[in-house]
Design a protein around this ligand. Structure first.
Ligand code: GDP
Length: 879
């Protein structure tokens, strides 16, 4: 309450200024002037003084009591006793006036109704009513301790008198009687002042309470608003002040007005806050959470920390913290394993959805498989030309391109897009014009098998050379048939027969005319001699292979080449293997996707559509995929995006994830898993002499069960091509007095290829022998432990047939396997269910003793059978 002047206070409490000043002075407050202000403390002081002076009394009250009571009375009527219901309704209001001048102290209103209609027994009912009234009056005393003694006394006087002077009751209106002449004792002015002071104190307390209510309301509203809460029942929370005491109403009107205003402001502010909160909630689409949000987190083989955090709607730091708790040191760019991720998700109270390994890829292949029900047609073979350097690969490719391309195509500017397609009278052929083995193996290393036939170019005047051998190795490893083109036969020194000889003896490529399966075609890339025959040979080979593909539907195939063009962005050569590729198609190639913006063939001609075995150069992909990556056309951009994302992620994890290649360490695991029955080796040596020596020694190591398989060999450094071959064939690379070049080393390291250098032949042989020994199945040796004769067979309820035996040799053991022999023929192999001496279970029964035997799952033991106990031991073998 604000400070007031003496004058104001006097007005408020309703006493003359002089009197108040006197009282204040009595209370020790030395105010002289009516304009002097009175502080709260001074008011309190005054109040305390007045209380002490006159004794505190309860606050003045107006009390209104209402009663309705039903009673049943029995009355004696003309026809005997009868029951009458009496309802008594009462309302009594007591107002204790604070000023002496107001004399009326108590007002009593009474209403008594009688139902059912009262008959002649009125006096009795009246009497009853009086009793009730009297009782109520007594109750009233008990109920209202604040009512002054005078009133109570008055009432009790009245009550006592009641039976004697029962007022005439009017049932319909109720009597109203003003009790005059029963004034309380004279109220002294001191009392009056004291009441005023009390009143002030009460008002103060009330205001404090109201203030608190308001504050509470505000707090609740704020809280609700913060939570994006519901409508606050303001009117309930901020209740109107209780009915004002008549006594002090005017005095505090001013402050009430202020109070009202403040309440209004508060309400307004709360409402405003709620409106803002509601608006915010609507904007962000939040609904008030009823329970902690449980999110579903999609987890693949691995998941990145930010992705994990994101899906759970928590900060990455939270995830990292959780990982740390689990002893997994993590940083924000880390990928975590599926298992770890699951623990984190569960720990944070969310659910996980496991994306099975490559779920998206599976969905993709399912989608592609559906397409495989399309009708198929014979497609053109895809040919890769391989051979030693300078043997004429490029010349041959160029000659074919130059001479065999349809005339309408020939007008275009020939460009090297990595592949081209030719139509001949006998059929179409697609050539991959990336001569060299690196591309071929690199593609294979990525699992792309896009070559149907390898044309091995061997110069007639040069014969078989290291790269010739290598080419053969690669083709063999890929399981691709070889057609040999003996080139440069136009040269006078060319010797086709020598080439055949070398290939047949050293590489087992036996010409057809010698009874083999390989076509040898003498050609000249310079003159074109024999080129047609070569093409026919290729088509013949293709025919044997029955190459088919669906000509319609979404295209899929493989990336042949790709590069980033400054002006055009990623330029990618795709070889369509199935279906049709159209401009505008959504292509997913490796980890990149995009719509085909432009498409042209090897002759620079823009085309709209490309079918199986047609190589095209396309623009529009978002990135540059690797040679050998597969591509597919999808209808759903979301799917393309998801798969691309997954591939990208996997690509990043690739190195950590898998040692797919064989090395000495995991070789034995592979063996254990029976994945390997031979060891693939790529052998490179410094000189041909040592190559043959090492090769022969290694090949001699094997036996019928295990053997060394040399998938590649040659003279010279270990190259990228060797490394790639090792990747695809899961081979161990041995360098005998030679080393791997930088690229090869990198591939071996990245792909986990076991790369070994030796300079002493015996060391190489020993290591390989050990490896092979590991491949050998351990020897199983069986030892007969004992034999018992079945002398008797009886039925046991527990074991079925039980045999009474006498151990003839060795011992019978409970835990070792047994055989049942009948006439020295094995009729059953298994285990013992029980072995007993008399009633006791025993683990062993020695020779000469009797025992009871039950054979597990076997009930057909007969007298005269033999039971043989045996044991198998495994002994590791070595070569
Ligand atoms: P690549 O390294 O295997 O691609 O061999 P090239 O195609 O570059 O040919 C190497 C050399 O051999 C070039 O000088 C060609 O002109 C030549 N050449 C290629 N084919 C023939 C042929 O059939 N006869 C003759 N005389 N020379 C040829």
């Amino acid at each position: 309450m604000a400070e007031v002047t003496v004058k104001q206070l006097a007005e408020v409490v309703g006493v003359p200024i002089e009197k108040l000043l006197q009282q204040m002075s009595d209370a020790g407050i030395k105010h002289q002037h009516m304009e002097q202000s009175v502080t709260d403390d001074e008011k309190q002081q005054l109040l305390t003084f007045l209380k002490q002076a006159h004794g505190a009394v309860g606050a003045d009250r107006k009390i209104t009591l209402q009663r309705k009571s039903m009673s049943t009375i029995k009355v004696a009527g003309a026809q005997g006793k009868k029951t009458v219901n009496v309802e008594v309704r009462k309302k009594r209001t007591y107002i204790q006036r604070s000023t002496q001048q107001q004399e009326d102290v108590v007002e009593i209103e009474e209403a008594v109704e009688v139902a059912p209609p009262v008959v002649e027994e009125l006096p009795i009912i009246q009497a009853a009513a009086a009793v009730v009234r009297d009782r109520d009056a007594v109750d009233l005393d008990e109920l209202s301790p604040t009512v002054s003694r005078h009133d109570a006394g008055e009432r009790s006087k009245k009550s006592k008198a009641a039976p004697k002077s029962i007022p005439k009751l009017k049932p319909d209106t109720g009597a109203k009687k003003k009790l005059a002449g029963s004034l309380p004792e004279e109220i002294r002015p001191e009392d009056q002042a004291k009441r005023k002071a009390d009143e002030m104190a009460r008002r103060e307390a009330d205001e404090k309470a109201r203030q608190k209510t308001l504050e509470d309301a505000q707090r609740v509203a704020d809280e609700l608003a913060m939570r994006g809460g519901t409508e606050l029942p303001i009117d309930e929370e901020i209740a109107e002040p209780e009915e004002e005491d008549v006594l002090v109403k005017q005095a505090f009107e001013a402050s009430f007005e202020e109070e009202e205003k403040r309440q209004k402001r508060t309400r307004k502010s709360i409402k405003h806050k709620m409106r803002v909160a509601k608006k915010l909630a609507e904007e962000h689409g939040f609904t008030q959470p009823t329970a902690p949000m449980v999110r579903e987190v999609r987890v693949g083989e691995t998941i990145s920390v930010p992705d994990l955090a994101n899906q759970m709607s928590v900060k990455a730091v939270e995830v990292i913290k959780q990982l740390m708790k689990m002893g997994v040191p993590a940083h924000v760019n880390q990928f975590v394993e599926q298992d770890t991720a699951i623990l984190v998700i569960e720990e944070l109270g969310h659910k996980y959805i496991l994306l099975k390994e490559n779920t998206l890829e599976h969905a993709l292949s399912a989608h592609l498989e559906q397409q495989d029900e399309r009708t198929t047609f014979t497609r053109a073979p895809v040919v890769t030309i391989m051979g030693h350097v300078d043997h004429g690969k490029t010349s041959l490719l160029d000659f074919i391109r130059r001479t065999k391309v349809a005339s309408e195509e020939a007008g275009g500017i020939t460009q090297h897009i990595g592949a081209y397609h030719v139509e001949t009278d006998k059929g179409a052929i697609t050539f991959l014009d990336t001569p060299g083995h690196a591309a071929f193996t690199a593609m294979r290393a990525r699992g792309a098998q896009c070559t149907d036939i390898v044309v091995l170019v061997v110069a007639a005047d040069d014969g078989m050379m290291p790269q010739t051998e290598e080419a053969i190795d690669h083709a063999r490893a890929a399981g691709v048939p070889i057609v040999v083109a003996i080139n440069k036969i136009d040269k006078p020194h060319g010797d086709a027969e020598r080439v055949k000889n070398e290939l047949a003896t050293r590489k087992e490529l036996v010409p057809e005319e010698w009874g083999g399966e390989t076509q040898f075609i003498p050609v000249s890339a310079l003159t074109g001699q024999g080129v047609d025959t070569l093409l026919e040979a290729i088509l013949l080979q293709a025919e044997l292979m029955e190459l088919i593909a669906p000509p319609e539907g979404f295209a899929q195939g493989v990336v042949i080449e790709s590069r980033l063009d400054k002006g055009r962005g990623p330029v990618v050569t795709l070889l369509v293997q199935q279906g049709q590729l159209h401009i505008g198609d959504l292509v997913l190639a490796g980890p990149h996707y995009g719509r085909v913006r432009a498409m042209s063939n090897a002759y620079g001609r823009t085309i709209d559509v490309a079918g199986p075995s047609i190589p095209v150069e396309v623009l529009g992909l978002a990135g540059v995929p690797d040679s050998g990556d597969g591509f597919v056309v999808l209808a759903d951009e979301r799917q393309a995006r998801e798969v691309a994302g997954e591939r990208e992620q996997r690509h990043r994890l690739h190195k950590l994830a898998r040692p797919t290649t064989v090395n000495m360490d995991n070789l034995f695991e592979s063996i254990a898993a029976k994945q390997v029955s031979m060891i693939n080796i790529i052998l490179k040596t410094d000189v041909r002499g040592s190559l043959e020596a090492v090769q022969a020694s290694l090949l001699g190591l094997g036996n019928d069960e295990v053997k060394i398989n040399i998938v590649g060999s040659g003279v010279g450094a270990i190259t990228e091509s060797d490394a790639n071959l090792a990747v695809t064939t899961r081979a161990i690379v041995i360098g005998f007095n030679v080393r791997a070049d930088v690229l090869a080393k990198k591939i071996c390291k990245d792909e986990g290829v076991d790369l070994r250098y030796y300079s002493i032949i015996y060391n190489a042989i020993d290591d390989m022998r050990d490896a092979l020994s590991g491949l050998l199945q351990p020897e199983r040796r069986e030892k007969i432990l004992g034999v018992a004769d079945v002398r008797d067979v009886f039925r046991s309820s527990k074991f079925g047939a039980a045999a009474g035996c006498l151990v003839q040799e060795g011992s019978l053991f409970r835990k070792h396997r047994i055989r049942v022999l009948r006439n020295e023929v094995v009729i059953y192999e298994g285990e013992l269910e029980s072995l007993r001496r008399f009633k006791d279970d025993v683990s062993e029964v020695k020779s000469g003793m009797e025992c009871g035997v039950a054979v597990k799952s076997y009930n057909d033991v007969q007298v005269g059978d033999k039971i043989e106990a045996y044991e198998v031991t495994e002994i590791a073998r070595s070569l």
